[in-house]
Design a protein around this ligand. Structure first.
Ligand code: SME
Length: 173
């Protein structure tokens, strides 16, 4: 059983604990989808005031929904569209105080009011984006951007989709 108790009033300390827990949780595990699933669960449990936390993967010419926590979400997002597509196309974090004021914002949950999306880049290639949504206006600040970027950079090698999953050999009948 995993029982990470992550709690701190100070955001920097919160992200320090979060990154340490995510590192421990993904250590030695080569399956990128399993790692994304556990990291989204960890973020969901540890960060207050979220209504969605998860990943969109680089599907070539668009983003494709990955592991997440929250309500069912749109599956494919073209690069350049919405907050996620803007983060993917620019490879820059997008911290949006009010999603209603963001041109082209894609509404997956009408409760969302602010959003933070950070690109996950490994060896110069976009692997995925990490997307956090909140029902509160201006929920995310520079410390959230820095914390999520550090998380993305630290864990990028374990989230690379090209990595082989340790599947079982199928026997031919
Ligand atoms: N709002 C995002 C779409 C993804 S959902 O928030 C989960 C966007 O504009 O890209």
């Amino acid at each position: 059983m995993y029982d990470f108790r992550i709690a701190a009033d100070d955001k920097r300390e919160l992200y320090r604990q979060l990154i340490q827990a995510a590192d421990a949780l993904t250590d030695g595990e080569p399956d990128a989808v399993a790692n994304m699933a556990n990291i989204s669960a960890l973020l969901w449990e540890s960060l207050p005031d979220l209504n969605w936390a998860g990943f969109y993967r680089n599907g070539g010419d668009e983003l494709v929904l990955g592991p997440f926590q929250g309500r069912a979400a749109c599956i494919r997002i073209p690069f350049g569209k919405g907050v996620c597509g803007a983060a993917a196309a620019s490879q820059e974090p997008q911290c949006v105080e009010d999603v209603h004021a963001f041109p082209g914002h894609i509404t997956c949950d009408s409760a969302s009011r602010s959003e933070l999306v950070v690109p996950i880049v490994h060896q110069g290639e976009l692997i995925a984006v990490l997307d956090l949504d909140s029902p509160s206006l201006a929920r995310f600040d520079a410390e959230d951007v820095a914390g999520c970027l550090e998380l993305a950079q630290t864990l990028a090698p374990r989230l690379t989709l090209g990595r082989k999953s340790p599947g079982r050999e199928l026997k031919k009948s």
